[in-house]
Structure formats: C-alpha cells, structure tokens
Design a protein around this ligand. Structure first.
Ligand code: ADP
Ligand code: MG
Length: 668
C-alpha cells in the first residue's frame, strides 16, 4: 500500500479499541477519513480593542492589575472579577464560579482571556483564562475549529487526533491526482492542514473551496472509473431493432406522437442497437406520455424475439399498464401477462411456466416480478416505471432476471437540469419536454376551508359536463383512525352537498388490493364520479376524463407530491382544475398556483430542501459532500469533471486511482 492516508487509525497514538470503535461508527477508519472530516466551522475571536461591539467574541492577553474580588450569591454560586491591562487599554474581566482559578490569578501575572465582550460596562465575560506562557502562540488562541462528532469523542480529543495524523505523515508525500498548480489549487496536504489549523477565517474559506473541488473531483473520478468498467463491448446486449416494426406500432395508434416522444424513441432505439449494456432514464413531466414510448420500444424488442418486462410500484398502476398495453397490442401479434400479489396461485403457476418457456413476450407487474421463482426465457429489456419508488436493490434484482439485460427507468420526478448535466455520467438521460397537443394548462387555485361550499359548486359544474375528479385528504402517519375520519368527514360533506345521482367513493391505503382495484375500475368506467382518497392515487393513475383535483390541507404535502397529484388531471383536451385547500400562508401552495412546469417545480423543491432530502440520499446514490454544494458549485463541478475525464483517460494504473480514492479494489 503506497497511500499513507489509508493507514488505519489504530496505528495512531492515543487510539485504543474503544476510541477506534466510536470513530468507526462515524465511518472513520483511516487517516484519510480523519482528515477528510473537516471542521464545519471556525470561530474567530477578535483582539481586544476600543472598536468592539456588544457580544463580540474576544481574545486578549494582558497583565492582571489587581487582586481578584469575589461575590457569592444564591447557594454557593460566585462571581469574580479583576482588571486586566492589555496592549489596547484596560478591561474588566468577569468569571463565574471556577473558584480554583483564583489562586492562579495573581497581580502582575500575564494571562490569556477568551470570552464575550459587553460594551455597556467595558467587561469581558470569560469562558477561559489561561497562562500566557503556555506554548501556544496568540494566533492559535483566537481561532477555534469545531467538528461534527459523536458522544465519546470530544472536540479536544479530535483535534489531538488530527495532530497525530499530521505527525504520522510528517514530511511524507500524499498522492494527489490534481496536477500541481492546477487553477491555483494548493497541494492536498496544505489544504487539509489549513482546514484543521487555520490561521484566520479567510484562509479557512479558501482551503474549504479547494477541498470542495477535491470532493467533486474524487466523485467524478469514481463515476468515470465506474463508467469505463460498464463500457466493455458485449454483443449479447445488442438488440438489432427493426425500424419498420416501431413505425408499424406508431401508425397503429389512435393519436399522433409528439415530436419529443418520437425523438426519445429514436434515441433509445439507437442505444439498444449498440453492443453495450444500456442504462437509461426517461424523464418527462406528468401526463407527457411515457407509457406509449415504453410500449413502442417493447414492441420492437419483442418482434426481434426477446422478452421484455415492465414493473410498476403499485398494483393499481400495474393493472392500468396491463389494460393500456392490452389495447395497444390488441391487433398485434404479441402475448402479455399480468403478475401481481393478487394473481391467484393457479394462474401464477401457469404464467411462470409460460414465461420460462418463452411463450409470454411481455410481463407486466409489481414487485412480484422480482421474486425468486420468476424465470424468463430470454429477457433482454426491462422498464421500471416511477423508478424513484424503488430501491437500488430492487432495480438491481430486476436486471438480474436475465443474462444481459438493458434497462430503461421512467420518472416524472425530474432531475433538475443543472444537476443532470453535471452529476450523472453513468446513466444516460432522455427527456420528453412537451405535452401532447391540445392539452390545456391545469388551472390551479388556492381556497380556504371556509370556501369549500363554493368549491363544491364549481365541481358540480364539471359533473354536469360528465366529468369526474379526485379529492385527496392528507395521510397522517401516526394514526390510521384519523386518516379515515378525515376521509369520511369529507365524504359526508361532499355527498350532502351533491345531487344523489353523482356517485362518490372512498379509496384508502388500508383496503385490500381487490377492493382498490374494483373501485378504480368503476372510476375508470365512469360509474364513480368522485374518488376521495389518501395519496394512494399519487403516481401514474391515468383517467383522461377526470378534470378536477381537490387537495385538502394542501400545506401538509411536499411539492413533488402536490405536482404528482395535480398530474392526475389535465390528461385530455378538456380544461382541468386543481384546488388547493389551505388556511394561512404556504409557500409551496403559492408555487403550485404559479407554476405548472415539473422541471421548474423540481428545481425549486431542490433549492428549498437541499439535495439530501430531495433525492432521499442513500437510495439515490447521490453523495453528500462536506464542503461542496451541488446547487452552487456548478462551475467547480464542470472543472472537476473535465479533469477527472483527462486523468482516467491517460491512466495506466487504475489501482493507484482506487487507492487514492480510498476504495478497496474488491469493493468496486
Ligand atoms: P405519463 O407520462 O404521466 O406516464 P401517460 O403515459 O399515462 O403519461 O399518458 C397520459 C395520457 O396521454 C394517456 O391517456 C395517453 O394515452 C395519452 N397520450 C400519450 N401520448 C399522446 C399523444 N401523443 N397524443 C395524445 N394523447 C397522448
Ligand atoms: Mg406514467
């Protein structure tokens, strides 16, 4: 091992098994981990002078001018003070309790005092008073760094640990793939040293920016290394699609595809035809028509004699896809099957048999598709709908259902443009950026709960035009009873307001799949006019005749959910409406009223919540950085990406790169 940073912490002075195990629980195993856990803040204290403000942190050395005077109060509490002569004048020092200090504070002695300045009576309330003759210089006294730590490791202990790391490294080199003098970036060692032992906050900030570059560079390097290992040519991934099959499918549709739909079909078509594994994300706003794109490609694949599968996060959605595909392929010679947890056992056995024999071309379903006993004959193409609803492992298991499988993931939760370009290199992205012709912008309004009656009057107008709609009540995690109560109360209010000829039904998460399916089916058929539900209809549901969406207590929902819910309407050429009931001010509700574009809403959401929350961190594989900021450091990310690309291109020593990144070879 030639990377000294990978030295285990147990080799350091002062790290016994107990400390090691606490550090391990903070994901700190080696010197690199210790040093890369940079301070999250530095606190500077000003030197005492005449131009301090109330509440400033100060540090000053000085000579004690008189004997310490102590006052006692309450029970054993004490307040002591003395006058200190500093180079910039005299100041009164106060300290509380700490009576043991008193015997060290003798007239004429030089001490260093740190504390908070009070301008009204020219005093410093001391946090610490120490001997000036101690080996620290006054610079160190005015700066204090703080780390994010766990119980069991104090700030002081961590500072010593960092010091021991640097003592261990001494003057040895640490590997650094950022070339010397690259854009004025300091050597890594200097950056790290400055972060842990800053001279002032200016140099700390400077070092932090450079460390941010290193973080982004390391991240990009890792992505590039991953992507070269997936770029190995392999003919088994290749599907030599026939353009005329796809054209034939498109011409059989009842509508014309949008240009954007045609473009992404072409793009994915090209990608599938290459002898590499495909890993692609199809993103497009709610209602833009991703399903038909999936169907066109699946048709092409099936016509070449391979199997394909599409997985959806809910049973409602899987059923709907099955019905949609059934319509699409009605007059085309393909066989499809539906597999969910509601599939009867006998039928399931039969499906699995036919699937294995290659007699089913397309399997549609939920998580049931990735169960152990589901075996395909020649699976070559899988589609994950609403991919953000699945975990990394589920998506991986899906891919492992065949030998060399190409993957397309679909999502309506777009990755904001700024991030997509800079971040993702191992996933390719196709984007549908227009809605089908004739769609009208969903008109979105805010209303208070007092206005419910007039909202219901407007809904009646839609019902009279034979339209349907949804009412969504928030899900309250802690209490199912309250959920149901909310929904039932709303049911009462609505049914008592409407003519009896309009059918209203409740749909909620605790119903069996069979009950849910039945209700959704009735709704699709138009036999139910209003569906009141918790968010079970959030994703995917497609009933073009639905034109109104009423969201109760809209302030309880996140932006992404509100946008998904609104996406259930506006799926035809009819004018649709979304009413957000909300008492009081709410920024998300205001945004919804102003903005219809899912990309813009996602950008806003990302800014408001930060990347960690937005992507749900661990599942998404989006890294969390200590110094870099994914939203603001776009320029830095570009630079890091370019450099990483160059380094990986010329390297003849991938292992050294992995070691530099602190990655063990067999973990890659
Ligand atoms: P999403 O992208 O949200 O999954 P869907 O695939 O469910 O959207 O499509 C929404 C609706 O729009 C469906 O009823 C679908 O048949 C219809 N649709 C899709 N593409 C077009 C088009 N080019 N012209 C007209 N209607 C379309
Ligand atoms: Mg969809």
């Amino acid at each position: 091992m030639d990377n000294i940073l990978l030295t285990n912490i147990t080799s350091l002075k002062g790290v016994g098994p107990k400390t090691a195990s606490i550090l391990n629980s903070m994901d700190i195993y080696n010197i690199r981990d210790v040093l890369f856990n940079i301070p999250y803040k530095v606190v500077m204290s000003a030197q005492f002078s005449s131009n301090l403000n109330q509440g400033d942190r100060v540090v000053t050395s000085g000579i004690i001018e008189n004997r310490v005077v102590t006052q006692f109060y309450e029970n054993k509490k004490s307040r002591s003070y003395f006058s200190l002569q500093t180079p910039n004048g005299s100041v009164k020092i106060i300290f509380f309790n700490q009576m043991y200090l008193k015997k060290h504070l003798i007239e004429g002695k030089e001490v260093v005092v740190k504390g908070i300045y009070n301008s009204s009576n020219n005093t410093i309330t001391a946090n610490s008073i120490s001997n000036a003759s101690k080996d620290t210089n006054s610079n160190d006294d005015s700066i204090e760094v703080s780390y994010h730590l766990k119980q069991g490791v104090t700030q002081k202990k961590y500072r010593e640990l960092v010091e021991n790391c640097f003592n261990y490294i001494k003057d040895k080199n640490i590997i650094n793939f950022v070339p010397e003098n690259f854009k004025g970036i300091w050597p890594l060692k200097k950056i790290l040293y400055t972060l842990h032992f800053p001279e002032n906050s200016v140099s700390f900030d400077k070092a932090k920016k450079m460390f941010a570059f290193h973080e982004l560079f390391d991240y990009q390097l890792k992505l590039q290394l991953q992507s070269i290992s997936s770029k190995v040519e392999d003919k088994d991934y290749q599907i030599l699609l026939d353009k005329s099959d796809i054209d034939y499918f498109i011409s059989s549709l009842a509508f014309d595809l949008t240009n954007s739909q045609k473009d992404v079909i072409e793009e994915i078509f090209q990608d599938l035809s290459l002898p590499y594994s495909m890993n692609r994300l199809l993103q497009g706003d709610v209602g833009c028509g991703k399903t038909v794109v999936a169907a066109a490609l699946i048709y092409g694949v099936v016509k070449r004699g391979y199997q394909s599968a599409i997985m959806a996060p809910t049973e409602i959605l899987a059923n709907q896809h099955f019905d949609t595909f059934f319509e699409f392929f009605r007059d085309l010679d393909v066989s499809l099957a539906l597999l969910t947890s509601s599939t009867p056992k006998k039928e399931r056995t039969k499906i699995l048999e036919l699937l294995k024999a290659g007699e089913i071309d397309i399997l549609i379903g939920t998580h049931s598709l990735i169960q152990g006993d589901v075996e395909f004959n020649d699976l070559k193409f899988v589609i994950t709908d609403e991919q953000h609803r699945f975990g990394v492992n589920q998506r991986k298991t899906f891919l492992e259902k065949g030998k060399k499988v190409n993957s397309l993931m679909m999502t309506a939760t777009p990755i904001p443009r700024s991030l997509a370009i800079t971040l993702i290199t191992d996933i390719k992205v196709s984007t549908i950026n227009e809605l089908p012709h004739g769609r009208k912008k969903v008109q979105t309004y805010k209303a208070t709960s007092k206005q419910l009656k007039s909202v219901l009057d407007n809904i009646t107008l839609e019902l009279e035009k034979n339209r349907q709609g949804y009412v969504v009540c928030p899900l309250i995690e802690e209490s199912e009873k309250i959920d149901l109560k909310n929904v039932e109360e709303m049911y009462e209010k609505i049914t008592s307001h409407l003519d009896d000829k309009y059918k209203v039904a409740i749909l909620h998460g605790k119903m069996s799949n069979k009950e849910k399916d039945y209700i959704v089916e009735q709704f699709i058929k138009g036999e139910i006019h209003i569906l009141i539900s918790t968010t079970v209809i959030e994703v995917g549901v497609n009933v073009p005749n639905a034109t109104f969406m009423l969201i109760v207590d809209a302030n309880r929902f996140g932006l992404a959910t509100l946008h998904q819910l609104r996406g259930r309407v506006g799926r035809s050429s009819y004018q649709s409406y979304c009413v957000l009931i909300c008492d009081g001010k709410n920024e998300r509700v205001d945004i919804m009223c102003l903005e219809n574009d899912g990309f813009k809403i996602a950008e806003f959401d990302l800014k408001q919540r930060g990347p960690g929350d937005f992507f749900g961190t661990k599942q998404s594989g989006i890294p969390s950085f200590k110094a870099a900021n994914l939203l603001n450091d776009t320029e830095l990310m570009y630079l890091a990406k370019k450099l990483a690309y160059k380094i990986v291109e010329v390297t003849d020593n991938k292992e050294k790169l992995l070691s530099y990144l602190g990655i063990e070879k067999n973990n890659f």
